[in-house]
Design a binder for this molecule. Structure first.
Ligand code: NAD
Ligand code: UFG
Length: 343
C-alpha cells in the first residue's frame, strides 16, 4: 500500500515515516522544507534501510501537487503539512490561513480528482475550547483562541463537510496532545528553528548549555504545584497512532476524531524533575509571568482511540526525557552540519 505523506520531513512526519516503512508500507513524501530539512529524510532512509520518493513541493503549488498524484499510485494521504507556531500565527494570520487552509483545499481537490478518498489529518488538542472539561473527550465543546487553532478547527470542519457531500470518503482527525521525545536511535528528533517556543526543546537546549535557564511561565495556576499541566506523549507512540488510524481509514468510510494522548497530566515542574532524573543534568529555571493565551490544565481521555483504533500510548515520561536528550546531545545543531570556519 502506498501512502502520500505531506510534511513528512517534519518532526512528527519523519517519525511516522519510520513506523510506516517498518510496517511494510510504501511512502511518498511531499514537503516544501519551510520548517524542516531534507536531512531528516536521509536519516529515515538510513534507519529503515528503505528508499522512497521525496518531492520538494509546496501544497500551494497546484500543478506540482497534481504531478505527484499523476506520477504515483496513492492509496491514502497522511496530511502533516502546516505551520504550527501559535505566537507567529497571531502576528502573520494571513500567511497561516493561506498556508494551512488553502494548502489543504488544494490537496483535497486533487485527491478528489484522482479518487483518493482516504486521509489522516494532523489536528490538535488546541481545538478544544478553553472551557472544556478535563479529561478531554472528543465530543467536548470546540473553539479556537488564535489563528493557528482556527486553521485546525476549520480544516476539521472542511473534512466533515467533505464527508457529508460524499460518504465514500474515509477521514481520521487526530488530535495530538503534546508530542515530545525522539526516535530511540537519536538519529531523528525535533529540530526547532531559532529559540524554541515549546517546553521540551527549551529544556534540552538548557541542558546542552545553549540557553542559560528556563523560564517557567506562571506558578499560580490552579494545579498541584501552580505550574501548567499538559499531556506529554512520546512521538513514537504518536507515530504508531497514525498506523492504527490508517488501518481504520482503509477499512471503512466515515469521519471520526481521536485524541492521541496518554491521559496523564504533568506540570512544568514535574517535567523538569523527570528530565533531571532521566539525565542527571540540573535544569536551572526561574518563575516568570504567565504566557498570554496559556491554559492551566490540558489532558486527554484516550479511551476512544483505545476502543476504536486499538491504540494506547506505551512510553512513559522517563522514556520521553531520555530520548529527547539522546537526540539533542547527539545532534547539538539539529540537522545542520557542523559549521566549518575557513580562513
Ligand atoms: P513540523 O513543522 O516539524 O512539520 C510540518 C512540515 O510541513 C514541515 O516539514 C514543513 O516544512 C511542512 N510544510 C509546511 N507548510 C507546507 C506547505 N505549504 N507545503 C508543503 N510542506 C509544508 O511540525 P510537526 O510538529 O511535525 O507537526 C506536524 C503537524 O502536526 C502540523 O500540522 C502541526 O500543526 C500538527 N500538530 C503538531 C503539534 C506539536 O506540538 N508538534 C501538536 C498538535 C498538532
Ligand atoms: N512552558 C514554560 N516555559 C517555556 C515553554 C513552555 O513554562 O519556555 C510551559 C507552558 O506555559 C505550558 C507548558 O510549558 O504550561 C507546555 O508548553 P508548550 O509550549 O510546550 O505547549 P502548549 O501546551 O502551550 O502547546 C502545544 C503546541 C500547540 C498545540 C498545543 C495543544 O505548541 O501548537 O500543544 O496540542 F496547539
Amino acid at each position: 500500500m502506498s501512502i502520500l505523506i505531506t510534511g513528512g520531513a517534519g518532526y512528527i512526519g519523519s517519525h511516522t515515516c519510520v513506523e510506516l516503512l517498518n510496517a511494510g508500507y510504501d511512502i511518498i513524501v511531499l514537503d516544501n522544507f519551510s520548517n524542516s530539512s531534507p536531512e531528516s529524510l536521509n536519516r529515515v532512509k538510513e534507519l529503515t534501510d528503505r528508499d522512497f520518493k521525496v518531492y520538494e513541493v509546496d501544497l500551494l503549488d497546484r500543478e506540482k501537487v497534481e504531478l505527484v498524484f499523476e506520477e504515483n499510485h496513492i492509496d491514502a494521504v497522511i496530511h502533516f503539512a502546516g505551520l504550527k507556531a501559535v505566537g507567529e500565527s497571531v502576528s502573520i494570520p494571513i500567511y497561516y490561513y493561506q498556508n494551512n487552509i488553502t494548502g489543504t483545499l488544494v490537496l483535497l481537490d486533487i485527491m478528489k480528482k484522482y479518487h483518493v478518498k482516504n486521509i489522516v489529518f494532523s489536528s490538535s488538542a488546541t481545538v478544544y475550547g478553553t472551557h472544556a472539561k478535563v479529561p478531554l473527550v472528543e465530543d467536548e465543546i470546540l473553539g479556537a483562541t488564535n489563528p493557528y487553532g482556527s486553521t485546525k478547527l476549520m480544516i476539521e470542519q472542511i473534512l466533515k463537510d467533505v464527508f457529508i457531500a460524499d460518504s465514500s470518503w474515509s477521514i481520521a482527525l487526530l488530535r495530538y496532545f503534546n508530542p515530545i521525545g525522539a526516535h530511540v536511535s537519536g538519529k531523528i528528533g525535533e529540530d526547532p528553528k531559532g529559540i524554541p517556543n515549546n517546553l521540551m526543546p527549551y529544556v534540552t537546549q538548557v541542558a546542552a548549555g545553549k540557553l542559560d535557564r528556563l523560564s517557567v511561565f506562571g506558578s499560580d495556576y490552579p494545579t498541584h504545584d501552580g505550574t501548567g499541566v499538559r499531556d506529554y506523549i512520546h512521538v513514537m507512540d504518536l507515530a504508531i497512532g497514525h498506523i492504527k488510524a490508517l488501518e481504520k481509514v482503509m477499512n471503512g468510510t466515515g469521519v471520526e476524531a481521536y485524541n492521541l494522548g496518554t491521559g496523564v497530566g504533568y506540570s512544568v515542574l514535574d517535567l523538569i524533575n523527570a528530565f533531571e532524573q532521566a539525565t542527571n543534568i540540573k535544569i536551572p529555571y526561574h518563575i516568570t509571568d504567565r504566557r498570554p493565551g496559556d491554559i492551566a490544565t490540558c489532558y486527554a481521555s484516550p479511551m476512544k482511540a483505545k476502543k476504536e483504533l486499538g491504540w494506547e500510548a506505551k512510553k512513559d515520561i522517563n522514556d520521553m526525557c531520555r530520548d529527547a536528550w539522546n537526540w539533542q546531545s547527539n545532534n547539538p545543531n539539529g540537522y545542520k552540519k557542523e559549521e566549518i570556519i575557513t580562513i
